[in-house]
Ligand binder design. Structure first.
Ligand SMILES: Cc1cc2nc3c(=O)[nH]c(=O)nc-3n(C[C@H](O)[C@H](O)[C@H](O)COP(=O)(O)O)c2cc1C
Length: 342
């Protein structure tokens, strides 16, 4: 099955999306929702693998019903250069290593380094509209958005930028908006928003005003501290429909020559290595939701790659799950999980 080529850069892969596949997609029994909207299954693709509408329609044809359009901005932004996806080894027994080593072959996890590139708004808006018109009922098109702050921007400016992007996504036909509060690959405020509860609350409130009638999800990164996670939850919960977690887990990457890659800056790790951290964080937030009684949904992502992971996430209280790494390595993953059942 055609898949993303990690030897080539973002621009090449953007232009080389596979055609949708025609074939049987096993049905998933049960009633499923995403932010309360009916969908055919709880199986989704995270913000990342779906670079544009053509990639989105490819994965939609392969049994994924929640399709998240890779993060876009209110202005054009270039991608970082290669490597965009660098295979790594996660040291065994380490919950959260300060650094990881590169590997030549993919062993299940990689460092992700794109820097949230974006086409100009007119481009992605038209692409979202055209893509939604080609998606069947029972599929949910979510658009991931982020702000592009200047060095002197206040939190109100950042909030206004997020809100504008979210509004554009909905006006273009998105079924929902996922605001990314957590890119591990950028060092500006938009990459770290989830770690500042007050600012996160301000932005979430502005987003809700901009998108009063469509599902609003927030994507967050890895919390190392439970009380900080709780403070974040309390600040944003009144404004949103769902929380999506976890984004790549941040660490440094060293190559075989002993040199730090990416100028010594952290990158997000995706894939099997982070599964344990993800389930721990999902359990924390499931607890916050229960204790608060707020109608916030939980969407699991990070290190998931098997039917058993789906069952475990749903069992913890997730409404749905998203895959990035595992579905890029094996685009047939959704079909296999549907066949096996969960
Ligand atoms: C190729 C790629 C690109 C990504 N780009 C984004 C992005 O634009 N926005 C975002 O919120 N997360 C992005 N992510 C992070 C994923 O959505 C996900 O949170 C992370 O990879 C962990 O899930 P996984 O273990 O299934 O890969 C990206 C991941 C990958 C692999």
């Amino acid at each position: 099955m055609d898949r993303y080529d990690i030897r080539k850069d973002y621009a090449w892969n953007f232009d080389h999306a596979p055609e949708p596949v025609v074939g049987d997609v096993p049905a998933v029994d049960g009633d499923w929702t995403y932010c309360g909207q009916p969908v055919d299954s709880p199986l989704g693709i995270a913000a990342g693998p779906l670079l544009n509408g053509r990639w989105l329609l490819y994965y939609a044809s392969l049994g994924f019903d929640i399709l998240t359009y890779k993060t876009v901005r209110a202005r054009e932004r270039e991608s970082y250069g290669l490597p965009n996806l660098q295979p790594i080894a996660w040291p065994s027994g380490k919950a959260l290593p300060e650094e990881v080593d590169t590997t030549t072959a993919m062993e299940g996890s990689w460092a992700i380094s794109f820097g949230m590139p974006s086409k100009p708004p007119r481009f992605w808006q038209d692409d979202v509209t055209a893509t939604r018109s080609r998606l069947a009922k029972g599929k949910f098109l979510s658009v991931s958005v982020v702000a592009t702050p200047g060095p002197d921007d206040s939190i109100d400016d950042v909030a206004a930028d997020y809100a504008r992007c979210a509004r554009w996504a909905v006006d273009s036909g998105a079924d929902g908006v996922e605001a990314n509060f957590s890119c591990p690959n950028v060092s500006s405020v938009d990459g770290q928003l989830f770690l500042n509860a007050t600012d996160a609350g301000i932005v979430a409130a502005r987003l809700r005003e901009a998108v009063p009638k469509k599902p609003l999800l927030l994507k967050v990164g890895h919390f190392t501290d439970k009380e900080r996670a709780r403070a974040f939850f309390e600040a944003v919960a009144p404004h949103i429909d769902a929380l999506v977690m976890v984004n790549g887990v941040s660490t440094r990457v060293r190559n075989a020559h002993g040199e730090l890659l990416f100028e010594g800056r952290c990158r997000g790790i995706g894939g099997e290595a982070i599964r344990g951290l993800v389930f721990e964080q999902l359990a924390w937030f499931a607890g916050f939701i229960r204790e608060s009684g707020r109608p916030v949904r939980l969407i699991g992502v990070g290190g998931l790659g098997q039917a058993a992971d789906v069952s475990q996430a749903l069992g913890l209280g997730c409404e749905a799950v998203q895959f990035a790494t595992a579905a890029m390595l094996d685009p047939g993953l959704g079909l296999a999980i549907r066949k096996e059942g969960f």
